[in-house]
Design a protein around this ligand. Structure first.
Ligand SMILES: Nc1ncnc2c1ncn2[C@@H]1O[C@H](COP(=O)(O)OP(=O)(O)OP(=O)(O)O)[C@@H](O)[C@H]1O
Length: 588
């Protein structure tokens, strides 16, 4: 049987790299500096004291395309290695046992130079061989190798002339910016030689800085005054970094993007999922040594280790916050004020954190926004409603009576309130609703009931078409004339009836069938306040017609106060009532 070998079409490969693998042609800079760094790392394995350096220069003659020059004093390549590693795509010298220390691993990075250039000229001298080799490679797959007379120090020099249409990537500013972008934290000095030599990479990385320095760096770099800088560490990922606490609140579950470096070379500024979902209140800068990037070097391959790293980094944030409650409670309070949603999520998930954070967490109550600590000072009997509509109905009345009712309608709140007893055994936690709450209103005396009798009877008659009954009680605040209360069935009725009004015949008949049998006369109540001066006046008036108007208007007003959307009939009531009062006012 004849045996054949695949042939690789290099032009196709370059097209694949430039159009599908790499997001921008400028990655050639990243690949070149990365090779320089790896070569220095390899040399240091043989000569531990070797001081590695990388240099770049740009030649831009008037009548020719500019040429980028990059040199390193790394391990270099022997003649045999040049044949082996440069002439074969996918061959890499970095897949040995010690490959964990190298940034490269696929053996394709150098090809990215062909996206911007028609020839790679590489001069190299290995520390293992006293020979200067010149390799010239072309995108059609042809290459030449020459042993040069001239001697050079061990290391590698590459010349890359821009091809037509790509000279914009060969500008001094552009090159310097790209080196800084990808290589700001690379471990060996990188200089740009122009009129003067400038160091392009930083001498200290954020993960080596103390908290103050890291905050300063965050301010300089991102122009944001972060609330705090939390040190991050993961043994599994050999990861180190800083989580910056954002100074503004962020939508719950917003995806935060992180700036992640792999072996100190920028992977991407948009990495999601390296921190747990609940950590949406921080953004981080991280260096990871033990996670594998994909060949594009723009994201991580999704392996199980990533999950573990995420967990370990999350633990760092938790531990830090716990510590902060003791070492800097003022700062912790500031963080809570901005990010309580995230911390509530954390507290809900983790009993230990619940016990530590709960006292600091704020809730919306009838007495305003209060932390659990403040609520506990006020009462040992915690009342809450799990539903926003009910809270709206209750809050005003509760407030005027100085009763604290917590609005448990926000995400996680009911769950958090429900667990209060586990940390504070002296507390009782009770769910309340408008009807039970109304029974706290005091009944009228026999005398007062007699006075209000006609009015309540009239109100029952007027409100009957709206499936609402009337009540008269004493309650605070006295400036509230009437309070509409309802239960879930009645609320369902209101919503479906309102939908029916807004939809076509077929749909409304379906809704009609759904809601028939559902109506109970006492599902909704309008509770008049005997203490209210307007109510007092109406009770004393014998003008039945005008009293009817007042009842209708108070009914609509109570609905509006409770934020119930009005049905068509109710809008008509409001119109009718207002117009009659206006007419009466102007004496018609
Ligand atoms: N500056 C350099 N000094 C020494 N050897 C080099 C240098 N540049 C490239 N090489 C050699 O050429 C090989 C191929 O390089 P290339 O950039 O294509 O791939 P890689 O760095 O091995 O992996 P990756 O595709 O992940 O970047 C390298 O493995 C290395 O042996």
């Amino acid at each position: 049987m004849d045996q054949f070998h695949f042939k690789v079409n290099l032009k196709g490969m370059i097209d694949l790299l430039s159009n599908h693998l790499y997001s921008t042609p400028q990655v050639f800079i990243r690949e070149l500096i990365q090779n320089g760094v790896d070569a220095i790392t390899a040399r240091q394995k043989i000569e531990p004291d070797h001081k590695g350096e990388i240099g770049l220069e740009l030649f831009a003659p008037n009548n020719a395309y500019p040429t980028l020059y990059i040199e390193d004093n790394g391990i270099g390549l022997t003649e045999e290695e040049v044949h082996h590693f440069l002439a074969q795509i996918g061959q890499t010298s970095k897949n040995k046992l010690d490959n964990e220390d190298y940034i490269g691993r696929f053996g394709v990075g150098l090809l990215s130079c062909f996206i911007v250039s028609d020839e790679i000229v590489l001069l190299t001298c290995s520390v293992k061989e006293d020979k200067t080799i010149e390799w010239r490679g072309k995108p059609d797959g042809s290459y030449t190798i020459k042993v040069l007379e001239q001697k050079m120090e061990p290391g590698t020099r590459i010349y890359l002339q821009s091809k037509q249409g790509f000279d914009s990537y060969f500008k001094v500013d552009q090159i310097q910016q790209m080196v800084r972008h990808y290589g700001e934290f690379l471990p060996y000095p990188i200089h740009f030689y122009g009129n003067e030599s400038i160091r392009l990479n930083a001498e200290k990385t954020p993960w080596e800085m103390n908290s103050q320095e890291a905050l300063q760096y965050g301010k300089q770099k991102m122009d944001i005054e972060y609330l705090d800088a939390i040190p991050l560490f993961s043994a599994t990922g050999e990861a180190q970094g800083v989580a910056y606490v954002l100074p503004f609140s962020i939508r719950v579950n917003a995806k935060q993007r992180h700036r992640v470096y792999v072996k100190q070379m920028l992977l991407s500024e948009k990495i999601e999922g390296i921190l747990p979902e609940w950590a949406f209140f921080v953004t981080s800068i991280l260096n990871v040594n033990q996670l594998k990037p994909t060949a594009s070097r723009e994201e991580f391959s999704n392996d199980a280790r990533l999950e573990l790293v995420q967990k370990e980094l999350g633990e760092c944030i938790k531990r830090y916050l716990v510590q902060l409650t003791k070492t800097n409670p003022d700062l912790f309070e500031k963080i809570i004020q901005v990010h309580y949603e995230s911390l509530k999520f954390l507290a809900k998930e983790d009993d230990e954190l619940y016990a530590l954070f709960i006292d600091w967490l704020p809730f919306t109550t009838s007495l305003g926004r209060l932390t659990v600590k403040e609520i506990r000072k006020h009462t040992n009997n915690i009342l809450y409603t799990p539903n926003m509509d009910e809270f709206r109905q209750i809050s005003q009345v509760a407030k005027s009576q100085s009763v604290c009712v917590i609005n448990g309608a926000y995400v996680h709140d009911t769950e958090l309130i429900g667990k209060l007893g586990s940390v504070f055994p002296e507390l009782t936690v009770e769910q309340t609703n408008p009807s039970t709450f109304m029974y706290q209103f005091t009944d009228l005396s026999l005398e007062d009931r007699r006075k209000a009798f006609d009015f309540v009877e009239l109100a029952n008659l007027v409100l009957q078409p709206y499936h609402c009954t009337a009540e008269m009680r004493n309650y605070q605040p006295s400036d509230l004339p009437a309070l509409y209360t309802t239960n879930e069935d009645a609320l369902f009725m209101r919503t479906t009836e309102q939908t029916k009004e807004e939809t076509n015949d077929l749909f409304s008949s379906i809704i009609g069938q759904l809601t028939s049998n559902k109506v109970k006369p006492n599902d909704a109540q309008l509770c008049f306040n005997f203490q209210n001066p307007t109510i007092q006046k109406v009770i004393q008036s014998n003008n039945r017609e005008r009293n009817q108007l007042v009842i209708e208007i108070l009914y609509v007003q109570a609905l509006l106060l409770g934020n119930y959307p009005l049905k068509k009939q109710e809008f008509q009531l409001l119109n009718k009532g207002l117009i009659s009062f206006i007419e009466q006012g102007i004496g018609e």
